[in-house]
Design a protein around this ligand. Structure first.
Ligand SMILES: Cc1cc2nc3c(=O)[nH]c(=O)nc-3n(C[C@H](O)[C@H](O)[C@H](O)COP(=O)(O)O)c2cc1C
Length: 319
C-alpha cells in the first residue's frame, strides 16, 4: 500500500511538507496544494514559494494545477517539468464557490465534453505522467460513470477518487458504493481519498477494497502526523516529537512570513485538525483559536504539550 498526503491549501504548505517528512515520514507522495496558471506563462513569486525545487528538497512532491484552459495547463506543466517534476496532478475536485463558478475544479465535471477536449489536448501536448484528483460529480454521484468513461480514454497515471460530489463539500459519508464501481471500471490505477482519520479506517477501507494500491490522507494525517507511518506498522507520535514538530512549523512560518502574526494564523489552521489528537482538547483548542497575540498563542500551544497526552488514535469521524 502507498500513502499520500492530500493537498490542503493553506495547511500542507512547503514548510509543513518538509517538516513532516523530516519528523514523521511514511508518506510516498506529498501533493502540493493547487496553483492556478494564467495566460501569462510564468509562475508568480507566491506560486514559486510552493513549487520551487529548493522548497521541496528531498521530498517526493507532486504539484497540482487548477485550470480549465488546456493552453494554461500545458505551459505550466512544461514549466514544472523543467523544474524537475515528473508527475503533475490535475484538480477536478475543488468545491469552492468562486472556483466552481468559473467552471474549474469540481465545476469542470459539469462540462464533460469540454473536459474530454481538455484531456485530449493536454495528453497530446505533455508527455510523461499526469494524474487526476476527482470528485464523483457536481451534484449527483450518477454523473460519475460518464466521467469515468472519459477518464478511461486517457493514460492517467493515477486517478484519485474522493467519493463525494461538490455539494457535499467535505461533509457526509463518502459514497463507497460509487467508489467500488469506480475501482471496478477504471482502466487507470485508482487511489482512494476521504475521511481516513485513523489506522482502523485505513484497514477497514483496504479490507473492503483489497485491490486499492494507494490511500490519500488529508485531515486525518494533519490531525495525527504519524498516521501514514502507523498504518504501515510504525510508531505513534510521542508528545516530545509533536512539540518539536510544532516548533519547527512555527519557526518556518515566522521565517517565511517575516512576522509572528501571520505565522499564528497558519498555526491556528493546523491546530483546527491537530487538536483532535488529544483527549479533552476542546478547551485548549478554543484557547489557541482565541489567542490574539503571538505570546498568547505560544502559551496556549505550550499548554497542550504540557498538559495533554496524544490519543493512540484520532476518534473524531468528521474533522
Ligand atoms: C482546507 C482544505 C484545503 C484543501 N485544498 C485542496 C487543494 O489544494 N487541492 C485539492 O485537490 N484538494 C484540496 N482539499 C481536499 C483534500 O485534498 C481532500 O480531498 C479532502 O480533505 C478529503 O480528504 P480527507 O478526508 O482525508 O481530508 C482541501 C481540503 C481542505 C479541508
Amino acid at each position: 500500500m502507498r500513502y499520500y498526503l492530500a493537498p490542503m491549501e493553506g495547511v500542507t504548505t512547503a514548510v509543513y511538507r518538509t517538516q513532516h517528512h523530516a519528523f514523521f515520514g511514511g508518506v510516498d507522495k506529498y501533493f502540493i496544494p493547487f496553483i492556478t496558471p494564467t495566460t501569462d506563462p510564468k509562475f508568480t513569486t507566491r506560486q514559486l514559494r510552493e513549487v520551487a525545487p529548493e522548497h521541496n528538497a528531498g521530498l517526493p512532491a507532486v504539484p497540482q494545477l487548477l485550470t480549465k484552459s488546456a493552453d494554461d495547463f500545458i505551459w505550466a506543466a512544461q514549466a514544472l517539468r523543467a523544474l524537475g517534476y515528473g508527475e503533475i496532478n490535475l484538480n477536478l475536485g475543488c468545491p469552492s464557490g468562486t472556483v466552481v463558478a468559473k467552471g474549474k475544479g469540481a465545476g469542470f465535471l459539469a462540462h464533460p465534453d469540454d473536459l474530454d477536449r481538455f484531456l485530449d489536448a493536454i495528453f497530446t501536448a505533455v508527455p510523461g505522467p499526469i494524474s487526476v484528483k476527482t470528485r464523483l460529480g457536481l451534484r449527483e454521484a450518477d454523473e460519475f460513470p460518464a466521467l469515468l468513461q472519459i477518464y478511461n480514454r486517457y493514460p492517467i497515471a493515477e486517478l484519485t477518487v474522493h467519493p463525494r460530489v461538490r455539494t457535499d463539500y467535505y461533509k457526509g459519508a463518502p459514497n463507497l458504493s460509487a467508489f467500488s464501481d469506480a475501482l471496478a471500471e477504471s482502466r487507470n490505477p485508482v487511489c482512494y481519498n476521504g475521511d481516513l482519520n485513523n489506522v482502523h479506517n485505513c484497514e477497514a477501507l483496504t479490507a473492503r477494497f483489497p485491490a486499492v494500491p494507494a490511500l490519500m490522507l488529508g485531515r486525518g494525517l494533519v490531525a495525527d502526523p504519524a498516521l501514514a507511518r502507523k498504518a504501515q506498522g510504525g510508531a505513534a507520535a510521542d508528545r516530545k516529537t509533536l512539540a518539536a514538530f510544532h516548533d519547527a512549523l512555527y519557526e518556518g512560518y515566522c521565517r517565511d512570513f517575516g512576522n509572528e502574526r501571520n505565522a499564528v494564523m497558519r498555526m491556528k489552521e493546523y491546530w483546527s485538525y491537530h487538536i483532535h489528537l488529544y483527549k479533552n482538547g476542546e478547551k485548549y483548542g478554543k484557547r489557541i483559536r482565541k489567542s490574539t497575540s503571538a505570546a498568547d498563542y505560544r502559551a496556549a500551544a505550550a499548554a497542550v504539550f504540557r498538559d495533554l497526552e496524544p490519543l493512540p488514535e484520532v476518534t473524531a469521524s468528521n474533522l
